[in-house]
Design a protein around this ligand. Structure first.
Ligand code: ATP
Ligand code: LTN
Length: 334
């Protein structure tokens, strides 16, 4: 009983590629830290990934790898509910209902839809367009207070709030209105070879993956784009020095140092000292995550026991909300 009184946190990531430093600093790092204070639900958003064609065997492997990585990043399965989205049918069921309360115009304005439909012009399917209604269902089923995500997902959480509000205005207080929970440092990690676009698995040269070898990580940092200005000093100025500022943001997020501390640490030292130092700090931050992931992945039975327990708990909570919604909209009770 006591558990239901805690505030609730929920988030998910699509297992559409290997997890990277942006996913970790923008989202996952923020999740584990709050497990004692909040009732936490984190899932593999596998249903969302098929809005873009996937190789089935790869999707299966990445879904389990992602679960191992969640645990290796500090999400204790005893304290967090870790589950697979497609194992909880309530997501698809509420997703359909919410599709009918989400407007065409709203969906057309989603940046992620515009980006992905430009990238996959040969497969602009209905799922890609209505994806935010499924994401709203993912969230609202668990009545969370907070949804910890990187900055790029803020628009989807805002749409979720609007849909929930619209539904509540018609039927009474069915859904809690969630807040996005966005970290101060790390909310938007930019690509190492193009500081004007976000770090993303689709630009692998500018992206540091959690499972990457230390020497490859260091190579990427040494080649990171700094800036073309002439002062060559480590100073936080996102507008005029986006490359250096991005590296400072990363360094700050992995070491906990403030921008002022970083500026004085590298005062009088050039980028030739700064860049490898950031690389080294990232390598040390990721090393235990990589080693722990490799260890957990060897034990398939353990992973299965985790997601089965998580699926069951998630289905119980989600089922309660779904039943309420079905009743409100006028479906005959099963
Ligand atoms: P893609 O590489 O296709 O853009 P992605 O890596 O962004 O995908 P998502 O599943 O969309 O992966 O994101 C998972 C979580 O990581 C989300 O909460 C998102 O906000 C966060 N995130 C992703 N990229 C970054 C980034 N560069 N900086 C900060 N947070 C990020
Ligand atoms: N849309 C998110 C993944 C996602 C999600 C969610 C995040 C799907 N459902 C619910 C938070 C809550 C993405 O593409 N990063």
């Amino acid at each position: 009983m006591e558990e239901t009184k805690k505030k609730v946190m929920l988030s998910g990531i699509q297992p559409s590629g290997d997890l990277h430093l942006g996913n970790y600093l923008g989202a996952i790092k923020n999740w584990g830290a709050r497990a004692d204070e909040f009732d936490c639900y984190y899932f593999m958003a596998d249903m969302h990934t098929i809005t873009v064609r996937q190789v089935p065997a790869d999707l299966r492997r990445r879904t389990l790898t992602q679960l191992a990585q969640y645990i290796a990043c500090g999400l204790d399965p005893e304290k967090n509910t870790l589950f697979i989205q497609s194992h909880v049918p309530a997501h698809a069921e509420l997703g359909w209902v919410l599709n009918c309360y989400t407007m065409f115009g709203e969906l057309s304005r989603m940046t992620q839809f515009k980006d992905k439909s430009a990238k996959h012009a040969d497969n602009i399917n209905g799922g890609l367009f209505t994806y935010p209604a499924l994401m709203a269902a993912d969230i609202l089923l668990y009545q969370p207070d907070y949804v910890p995500v990187g900055n790029d997902q803020k628009q989807h959480v805002e749409l979720t709030r609007n849909v929930a509000q619209r539904f509540n205005n018609i039927y009474g207080d069915v859904f809690k209105i969630p807040e996005p929970y966005i970290p101060k440092t790390g909310a938007r990690i930019m690509s190492l070879n193009d500081p004007t676009s976000k770090m993303s698995k689709s630009i692998p040269e500018g992206c540091v993956f959690l499972m990457e070898k230390p020497e490859d990580i260091q190579r990427k940092f040494k080649r990171a784009i700094t800036d073309s200005d002439t002062e060559h000093c480590v100073r936080f100025d996102p507008e005029n020095k986006p490359g250096v500022s991005n590296l400072m943001n990363i360094y700050s997020a992995v070491t906990g140092k403030t921008m002022a501390e970083i500026e004085s640490e590298f005062d009088g030292k050039g980028y030739g000292v700064f860049k490898p130092a950031v690389g080294e700090a990232v390598i040390e931050c990721l090393r235990p995550i990589r080693e722990e992931t490799e260890r957990i992945l060897k034990d398939k039975a353990y992973l299965e026991s985790i997601y089965k327990a998580g699926d069951e708990k998630a289905a119980y909570v989600a089922g309660k909300t779904l039943r309420k919604v079905y009743k409100k909209v006028g479906f005959v009770a099963r």
